[in-house]
Write a protein that binds this ligand. Structure first.
Ligand code: FEO
Length: 390
């Protein structure tokens, strides 16, 4: 039994072996959280991924009969939360509570299912008995259908993907896992799922304040429940504003170690100015970790060999991933080893300009870097280090 607070129970699932969340590497697994609120009427907040439907139903049945659920609140349509709905709704007939866009999404995903919808918008309330659910639309945080649900009498905010973390653990609360550890996982989640939606994050936090929603507990749909909501809200404000630290990230790939040698020389130059450097090989390191470091870095350096007149394919793949996540407020430099064409350098510069990064002139080296060219790379690193340290 996991009691979040009086009359609120966790009835989710732990996916210990899940290692991929649509391309986001989840090296420690993940959870799909669902919550049961009991009263004169009972409400289930969200489903879980399809393959965990029976596990969710077993947990619900340990508190109330499935038939006794009056409302199934769908805060978000994405199948990691709605996948168990067909199984749940074959065995019970609650009202399915969601936004207008939520209804559209559920009807498309689960075509042919005849569900009893109740469409809600911001400020709508459902009285369960002693307790009340209030709904807050949070469009594009991170889908158009997204909303949060507020349980006023217990001061619990069911925040959907917001404030989530992808980590499987036996601990269900931030203070059990360790608040610092929970924030570390929340940062990885934010960088890889919510980074493009920083403005919506800030808008939502403001909206919650205007609605006088001051949660004592934030119960997201992934990871541990926050009993220290102020800590994670504070971090979210920093991340959404792209507050940076004195840090540079170097991401590279290499064919015959030439681009790698340049990467190491630039790193040496940056570090010589007392600035933190993180160096990642794009085929050996986790893209989720790279993006987490980029989130609060001031400088990003991208290194790619030129292959077939263009960007080395693994770097091209990573750049597409980074472009989608839209990091902001960075300076950037490009370095490249080439044989007879400099296509990679130019292409990467164009992409970084699209991201509105401030471009510093980088380095192009024919074949293998000489000692003189490595010295130029160290000087480039020193220049980047000086800018970051300011
Ligand atoms: Fe956890 Fe947007 O789904």
């Amino acid at each position: 039994m996991v009691e979040v607070c009086r009359d609120v129970y966790w009835v989710g699932a732990i996916d210990w072996s899940g290692r991929d969340f649509h391309g986001f590497e989840t090296c420690r697994g993940l959870t799909y959280n669902s919550y049961l609120v009991t009263d004169e009427k009972n409400a289930l907040i969200d489903g879980v991924k399809h393959e965990f439907a029976r596990e969710q139903i077993r947990k619900i049945n340990s508190y109330v009969k499935l038939d006794d659920i009056d409302y199934l609140v769908v805060n978000h349509v994405e199948p990691d939360h709605s996948g168990s709905l067909p199984e749940l709704l074959r065995r019970a007939n609650p009202e399915v509570v969601c936004t207008r866009r939520g209804k559209e999404g559920l009807e498309k995903y689960y075509d042919g299912e005849d569900w009893n919808f109740r469409v809600v918008k911001t400020g709508d309330r459902i009285k369960l008995g002693e307790k009340t659910l209030t709904f807050i639309e949070t469009p594009m945080l991170h889908w158009p259908d997204s909303m949060m649900t507020w349980l006023e009498e217990r001061k619990v905010l069911f925040s959907m993907d917001g404030f989530g973390q992808h980590i499987a653990s036996s601990e269900r609360f931030d203070d059990e896992l360790g608040v610092g550890e929970a924030i570390r996982w929340a940062k990885i989640y934010y960088a890889n799922i919510l980074m493009p939606f920083g403005r919506n994050v800030l808008r939502t936090i403001k909206k919650l304040e205007e609605l006088k929603i001051n949660p004592e507990i934030i119960a997201p749909s992934h990871g541990v429940v926050w009993r220290n909501p102020d800590r994670i809200i504070r971090e979210y404000v920093k991340w959404a504003n792209f507050e940076s630290e004195s840090k540079a990230v170097i991401v590279y790939d290499t064919m015959w170690h030439s681009t790698e040698k340049i990467a190491m020389a630039i790193a040496e130059g940056i570090a010589s100015k007392g600035v933190k450097v993180r160096v990642f090989h794009v085929r050996k390191d986790s893209w989720a970790d790279i993006m987490t470091e980029i989130l609060d870095a001031k400088a990003v350096c991208i290194g790619s060999p030129t292959m077939h007149g263009s960007v080395f394919p693994p770097i091209a793949g990573f750049l597409a991933y980074m472009k989608g996540l839209k990091p902001k407020n960075k300076i950037a430099a490009v370095f490249s080893s080439y044989g007879w064409g400099i296509g990679a350098y130019e292409e990467i510069i164009e992409l970084l300009k699209d991201l509105e990064f401030g471009i510093i002139e980088g380095l192009k080296v024919k074949f293998r870097p000489s000692e003189e060219e490595l010295e130029v790379a160290r000087e480039l690193g020193e220049k980047i280090g000086e800018i970051v340290a300011k």
